[in-house]
Design a protein around this ligand. Structure first.
Ligand code: NAD
Length: 416
């Protein structure tokens, strides 16, 4: 039995509920409830001090029935094989919900990136890629950025892989700088996807997007883009929190001004056209839409009773615990689950991979139009399943994903 832990077990609770409703064949259930491959590597790096430090890295390919594994690389001191495995499983379901021809993967290195110099980060990245070189490739496993890795990290991944295979191979990794094969619109794609599903959810609940009030937890890539686009659609962003503080303005925050302010050293705190707010109070504000776009496990059994929003659109991965999710559903809160709501990023990554293999690049307008159409279609497919079975959107999204992967697994049959 592969190594597993509490994060993977929480994922399995969600999976099991959907598998039961699907009356999934026990053999297929056994396959989909386990990672295909978990790899642990040791990465020695010459530090600036002259000493050698050895970092532990992971790469998990959860399931590749639909295509190459796809998933980010995370650099964080708290990375564990359990976390990487759960994230690889979520990538598997997310790609299947979006009908993207990818399986699910994830990677991570146990390190504190704030303590590494740029040279040490580059050396660690190159050694980690060298250690997993036989596993990755455009047809095998395509990494992307995740927490504490960015376009520069992906440029090093691409270069290291290309040096090993002897030719330039852009399609081995997505989230690259646009100058070297990245896609226009990729940076904004996750936030844009969150807005697309919020629009669909509002229409489903007969709410007018232009009169909605919104609170956003997390003001990084996902949260700030979602807030900016929602404000542009006429919604009122009344509160925003980041790791250092929160700010509120009932009349609506000037999101662009807040982005410029937060780019300084204080984050959103101290924004002059708003009042300070206790970050813990943000989740309980009386708003129409709540967008958790920071970390896992934010809406929990301890605070779920304070949530007053009508719609929760999960920009972050795993922001709601299974227990809290059941409570929200009982109270009629419409939750758009992470494996649907934040799938805009991997969808634009898929577009990047297609453009790289094609050698022909799309305009930003092409990317945005295709992305929004796919988000709408995926939302409607999940909503139709939720209605047909009178269930919540998360269980429905799992059912859509599992049914698609199970069908392909049956068609492919067992090898050897
Ligand atoms: P980011 O690092 O750009 O931003 C994270 C934000 O959350 C920052 O503003 C940070 O200050 C804030 N934050 C951290 N701890 C907080 C706390 N306790 N309370 C309030 N705010 C806090 O990260 P990101 O790329 O925006 O990702 C955010 C979430 O979305 C993560 O869960 C990530 O896995 C998920 N996600 C991101 C993408 C993507 O394309 N970037 C795609 C899918 C899912």
């Amino acid at each position: 039995m592969p190594e597993r832990g509490p994060i993977f077990d929480a994922m399995l609770q969600e999976f099991d509920e959907a598998a039961r409703l699907l009356k999934l064949d026990p053999g297929i259930w056994g396959i989909l409830a386990r990672p295909k491959r978990q790899v642990v590597v040791s990465c020695p790096v010459h530090m600036d001090s002259g000493a050698i430090e050895v970092f532990t890295g992971y790469r998990v390919q959860y399931n590749v029935a639909l295509g190459p594994a796809k998933g980010g690389i995370r650099y964080h001191p708290a990375v564990t094989l359990d976390e990487v495995t759960a994230l690889a499983a979520w990538m598997t379901w997310k790609c299947a919900v979006m009908q993207i021809p990818f399986g699910g993967g994830k990677g991570g290195v146990v390190c504190d990136p704030r303590r590494l110099s740029a040279r040490e980060t580059e050396a660690l990245t190159r050694r980690y890629v060298a250690e997993i070189i036989d596993l990755i490739g455009p047809e095998r496993d395509v990494p992307a950025p995740d927490v504490n890795t960015d376009a520069q990290t992906m440029a090093w991944v691409m270069d290291t892989y290309s040096m090993h295979v002897g030719h330039t191979e852009t399609a081995v990794v997505t989230g690259k700088p646009v100058e070297m094969g990245g896609s226009l619109g990729r940076r904004e794609a996750t936030g844009r996807g969150v807005v697309a599903v919020t629009r669909e959810a509002a229409a489903h609940l007969d709410l007018d997007l232009r009169s909605l009030t919104v609170a956003v937890q997390g003001f990084g890539n996902v949260g700030s883009v979602a807030a900016g686009l929602l404000a542009r659609s006429g919604a009122r962003i009344v509160a925003v929190a980041d790791s250092r503080g929160a700010v509120i303005n009932e009349a609506g925050l000037d999101v662009q001004g807040l982005i410029e302010h937060a780019a300084g050293r204080t984050g959103v705190s101290g924004f002059p056209r708003g009042a300070p707010l206790d970050p813990g109070a943000l989740l309980g504000l009386d708003v129409d839409v709540l967008i958790p776009a920071a970390l896992e496990n934010q809406i929990t059994a301890a605070n779920v009773d304070t949530v007053r929003a009508k719609i929760v659109a999960e920009g972050a991965n795993g922001p709601t615990t299974p227990e809290a999710h059941r409570a929200l559903h009982r109270r009629g809160v419409f939750v758009v689950p992470d494996i649907l709501a934040n799938a805009g990023g991997v969808t634009a990554s898929y577009f990047e991979w297609v453009q790289n293999r094609y050698g022909y690049f799309w305009t930003e307008e092409d990317v945005v139009t295709r992305l929004e159409a796919r988000m709408r279609d995926a939302f409607q497919a999940v909503l139709a399943t939720a209605r047909a079975h009178a269930i919540d959107m998360r269980t429905a999204a799992y059912m859509v994903a599992i049914a698609r992967i199970a069908a392909v697994t049956r068609l492919r049959g067992m090898y050897a």
